[in-house]
Design a protein around this ligand. Structure first.
Ligand SMILES: Nc1ncnc2c1ncn2[C@@H]1O[C@H](COP(=O)(O)OP(=O)(O)OP(=O)(O)O)[C@@H](O)[C@H]1O
Ligand SMILES: [Mg+2]
Length: 401
């Protein structure tokens, strides 16, 4: 063994030893993901009560009102809907009521993001195989047939319903909400879930009033509520004593500032733990939380950039090139640089007008800052700056190649 190898072996030994001595940071990291449903849901008593009161008639075989759950991201909508599904299924079993609850997440690409796929998915949820290669009408007929085989109540949860409407239009909701009038035995109710109420306004008025018979708001969590939620999970996720004091409070405060998002809070806690583990640290510290915040910001920027269309990436590249050397840049300059890049990469450049629109979009997404300034008799232009140029440049490199 040469000197370098010996050093390496020693390095591994100390890292491994550290691990063994201190024990793991996590006992069960899965508890911090969306897949886990906690036994008790904190700070959603009001919403769960409203849902229970609205849905209870199903156990007496009366069709419940349609519900519409709305609120910002990470406020517990999906969790509460899945929890109610479990409660209802248990009660149905106990009291021998023919009641089924179907859950469809409409944001699952290729699985449930078109009318056809949603119906096929519902058929699957009912335990049947959707017929292959049939028309949409035929698929609906099969769906009707399956649910109308017997007297029963079916509650359909359509999660991320706004996404479905955006992608597939509101026909599917129109068709689904009208089904009841054609059924003889079964009755269907809906629970729609969405981030925004605005999308309701654009729907066909009949669908709108049918879907939102009862609206339930999920407000953001405040720091104290987030603290409770984090403690509940941390107890199951981490080895005792693995969190330095103040870690949970710090994460709760950060997530409360960003529209009270429980998912973000749990993500930060998980990430901080992972970073601590990777460093071979004994505890998760406040510093690990800072690193987790940084990492999460990086990840969401990367995701945002990756989702941009090619032309926007090219415009962004032009901006990065200019801002990197000069600190700031202007619309006209960006266009010239953009045309150069297009030519060197073999793309046909868009018009200056379109590029200007793209600059506005990038500004709106918060990737750049574009401020309108006056240049006296030369008219107006936009001064463009960027906070995290290096970071954007790195992500762009991956996205453009
Ligand atoms: N009151 C709560 N108690 C415990 N955990 C919670 C609570 N609210 C949310 N969570 C957890 O936070 C995460 C996000 O919650 P959920 O998925 O229900 O958010 P959402 O409102 O559906 O968000 P989105 O609009 O982005 O779909 C999940 O891991 C969930 O288990
Ligand atoms: Mg959700």
């Amino acid at each position: 063994m040469n000197g370098r190898e010996a050093k390496l072996t020693e390095f591994f030994d100390t890292i491994f030893e550290k691990y063994i001595q201190k024990g793991p940071i996590f006992i069960n990291r899965k508890v911090l993901t969306d897949a886990y449903i906690p036994e008790t849901i904190l700070h959603r008593e009001e919403q769960l009560k409203q849902m229970t009161i609205a849905l209870a008639p199903a156990l007496r075989m009366e069709k419940p009102s349609n519900l519409f759950l709305y609120g910002k991201t990470g406020t517990g909508k999906t969790l509460c809907a899945k929890y109610m599904k479990m409660q209802l299924e248990n009660a149905a079993l106990k009291y021998k009521v023919p009641l089924k609850v179907l859950y469809v997440n409409c944001k699952m690409r290729k699985i449930s993001d078109t009318e056809y796929r949603v119906i096929a998915n519902l058929i699957r949820e009912l335990g049947h195989n959707p017929p292959a290669g049939v028309s949409l009408d035929e698929l609906y007929r099969r769906f009707f047939e399956i649910i109308d085989q017997k007297v029963q109540i079916i509650i359909i949860i359509l999660d991320e319903i706004d996404y479905l409407v955006e992608k597939a239009g509101d026909d599917v909701l129109y068709n689904l909400t009208r089904i009841n009038s054609e059924l003889r035995n079964a009755q269907i109710s809906f629970i729609g879930i969405s981030n925004s109420l605005e999308f309701l306004e654009d729907l066909d008025p009949r669908v709108q009033s049918s879907l939102s018979e009862e609206k339930i708001l999920f407000p953001p969590y405040d720091a104290l509520q987030l603290k409770d939620i984090l403690y509940q999970r941390a107890k199951l996720a981490f080895r005792e004593g693995a969190l330095e004091s103040g870690v949970i409070e710090k994460i709760a405060a950060i997530a409360a500032k960003e529209h009270g998002d429980a998912r973000k809070a749990l993500d930060l806690l998980r990430l901080a733990g992972e970073i601590a583990e990777r460093e071979g640290a004994e505890k998760v510290t406040l510093e690990h939380v800072d690193k987790a915040v940084e990492k999460l910001e990086e990840d969401s920027l990367a995701e945002l950039v990756r989702s941009l269309p090619k032309q926007a990436l090219l415009v962004l590249q032009a901006i990065v090139n200019l801002v990197k050397t000069r600190g700031k840049t202007y619309t006209g300059e960006v266009y010239r640089e953009y045309v150069k890049i297009c030519e060197s990469l073999g793309y046909k450049p868009l018009t200056q007008r379109r590029v200007s629109d793209i600059i506005s979009e990038l500004d709106m997404l918060g990737i750049i800052n574009a401020e309108i300034i006056s240049r006296g008799r030369y008219g107006k232009t936009r001064e463009i700056t960027m906070e995290k140029v290096e970071r954007v440049e790195k992500v762009l490199k991956d996205a453009l190649t």
